[in-house]
Design a protein around this ligand. Sequence first.
Ligand code: MN
Length: 232
Amino acid sequence: MTTTLFASPAWPTVPVKGETAQYPVHRIFCVGRNYAAHAAEMGVEVDREAPFYFTKSALMTQATDTTIPYPPGTENFHYEMELVIAIGAPVFRADLAQAREAIFGFACGLDMTRRDLQLAARATQRPWDLGKDVEQSAVFAPITKADEVAAIGPQRIHLEVNGATKQDAHLSDLIWKVEEIVSHLSGYYHLAPGDFIMTGTPAGVGAVVAGDVITGGIDGLDPVKLTIGAAE
Ligand code: MN
C-alpha cells in the first residue's frame, strides 16, 4: 500500500433521500448560460451551437443548511440557484436514451460566484477559476433519485434572499435539457458515479452580504439553504 506524506481529505458526500449511504462527489461540472433570460442579464447572447462548461473542485462542496464566511477577494459575491444532476452509471459518448439512463438523481444546488472576478476574467479572456472555483461555493441539498422525480420541465425553480424572491423560473426554460447536457458532456469525459453537473441558473442573480440567508427550491426536490457569515 502506498504511504503518503500527509493525510488526504475524503471525498465530500451528499445525502440521498431514502438511503443511509451517501453519494461521494468526485467532480463538479457546471453549465454556463443555460437560461436565455440570465444570459441577457449578463450582457451576452446565448450560443445555441453547443453548451459550454467550467468546473469546480469537488473539495468546494458545502452541505446545505450551513454558514460560510464571506469569501476573500470579492466585493460582489453572487448566488446562483441551479438544478444539479448526479450521475449514477459510467457513460461515454452517450445518446439521449443512454444519457437519461445514466442519471442517478437530482438535487437543488447553489453555484456561489465571485461575480466581479468572473466578469473581469471574462473581459480579459482569462479563465474563470477565481470567480467560480471558490472555497465552500458548491452547496448541495440531498439528492432525490431520478425514478422519484417527475419528468423535468414544469417544475418551478426559485431562490429567495432573506425571504424575498430573487429568482423565479421553470425547468422548461433550460436551453440544454438534462439528457442533452449529459450526452454532450459524455463526448468529452468518461462520466461516472460521483460526477455532478450543475445545469445553470435562471435570471435574477445578485449579491449577498454577511448576515443574508439564501433559500432555494425546485418542485419535488429538497430545498437548499445557505447563510453568509462575516469575512474571516
Ligand atoms: Mn452557475
